[in-house]
Ligand binder design. Structure first.
Ligand SMILES: NC(=O)N[C@@H](CC(=O)O)C(=O)O
Ligand SMILES: [Zn+2]
Ligand SMILES: [Zn+2]
Length: 376
């Protein structure tokens, strides 16, 4: 059983007066409300089977669309597998949901250019995902040598205007884990954009000022980045705060405070190159709290509240909507969502955990108080 995230609220009549040109207004009960075009999640792990059924409502309640990651077991390497996965997501959706999954293909050393044509023709696949082999959860079938093994596929992606989404970390055990994103930029991304300047690339879940500089200095419309709530709100101290905190462990691993600040400055600047991608990555509690815990933070239930917190603390709530709802569709060449979502300033406590027949999943900020509450 899913514990409800928010208490069902009364139907309220809103005072439509806007405040200072923001989409802010006051409810009858004098609570601040923020109305946004419905956001999309441009980086999401929905898993499959009972885990999919458990977590999907948390994303479908808030987001219009999501780019669904293909790192299942086995990985989603073909268009037919992506279409079948899409159908299983559609079957698991709550009744009356308008949520649309945008599928991705898992790139391997043996992906063929024809697969990219099929992907484009399907109308269901919107991007191809690069996992360097061994970089993260279920990446063992990933790419060993991008330009050496995948150039014909990448060239076909340029022709088909199919973006490459990258988990941007090198896997060389000799490279310090905190440096793996920067080394990836220098040794993989720079040669890639030099060779294929027309390829659209999204650096997923950026964690460093190096990634911010790379994205900001690159060609607008071709290189962009998704940003997670955890990389905006936490630094690497939170992995070790008062003892080992497995629920703050994700990949790329959290970095030092100066990097977090650079990412906050980038997204709150209003730049179009950055957009919302939660990287919500559920793992059962027993797989997080064990001797070799999985990487991944489950943030879907709290993501919108957390992004609102970041923009409010930076004093730029008026820039939140472009980050959550405009920049992503523009990069992908898709229309903005038509529906709206309202966040109310109504402090609420994040559930300690979500219980399901197969086990528990702990959300990010479990048991903590958050100010902004999405109205369902
Ligand atoms: N982010 C994570 O720590 N984990 C993700 C994989 C990924 O996005 O790298 C997962 O699938 O669990
Ligand atoms: Zn990743
Ligand atoms: Zn991810």
């Amino acid at each position: 059983m899913i514990k409800t995230l928010v208490l069902p609220c009364d139907v309220l009549k809103f005072n439509s007066a806007k405040i200072e040109g923001h989409n802010l207004s006051k409810s009858k009960g004098s609570k601040m409300e923020l109305t946004l075009t419905q956001p999309d999640d441009w980086h999401l792990h929905l898993r499959d089977g009972s885990l999919l059924e458990a977590v999907l409502p948390h994303s479908a309640n808030h987001f219009g669309r999501a780019i669904v990651m293909p790192n299942l077991k086995p990985p989603v390497t073909t268009t037919s597998a992506a279409v079948a996965y899409r159908e299983s997501i559609m079957r698991a959706l709550p009744a009356n949901s308008n949520f649309t999954p945008l599928m991705t293909l898992y790139l391997t050393d043996s992906t063929k250019p024809d697969e990219i044509k099929l992907a484009r023709q399907s109308g269901a696949v919107f991007a191809v995902k690069l996992y360097p082999a061994g970089a993260t959860t279920n990446s063992q079938d990933g790419v060993t040598d991008l330009l050496g093994k995948c150039l014909p596929v990448l060239e076909e992606m340029v022709k088909q205007d199919m973006p490459l989404l990258v988990h941007g970390e090198v896997t060389d055990a000799a490279v310090d884990i905190f440096d793996r994103e920067k080394v990836f930029i220098d040794t993989v991304l720079q040669p890639l954009i030099h060779k294929l300047p027309q390829l659209k690339i999204v650096m997923e879940h950026i964690t460093t000022s190096d990634a911010v500089s790379f994205v900001e200095s690159s060609k607008e419309g071709f290189i962009a980045a998704t940003v997670t709530p955890q990389h905006l709100l936490l630094n690497r101290n939170s992995i070790f705060q008062g003892g080992l905190q497995p629920h703050n462990y994700c990949l790329p691993v959290l970095k030092r405070e100066t990097h977090r600040q650079a990412i906050v400055a980038a997204v709150t600047s209003g730049s179009k190159r950055f957009f919302l991608g939660t990287d919500s990555a559920p793992h059962e509690r027993r797989r997080k709290e064990c001797a070799c815990g999985c990487a991944g933070i489950y943030n879907a239930p709290v993501a919108l509240s957390l992004y609102a917190k970041v923009f409010e603390e930076a004093g730029v709530l008026d820039k939140l909507e472009a980050f959550t709802s405009f920049n992503g569709p523009e990069f992908y060449g898709l229309p903005r969502n038509k529906l709206k979502i309202t966040l109310r300033k109504n402090p609420w406590v994040v559930p300690e955990s979500f219980s399901f027949p197969f086990g528990e999943i702990l959300p990010m900020f479990a048991g903590k108080m958050l100010d902004w509450q999405p109205l369902l």
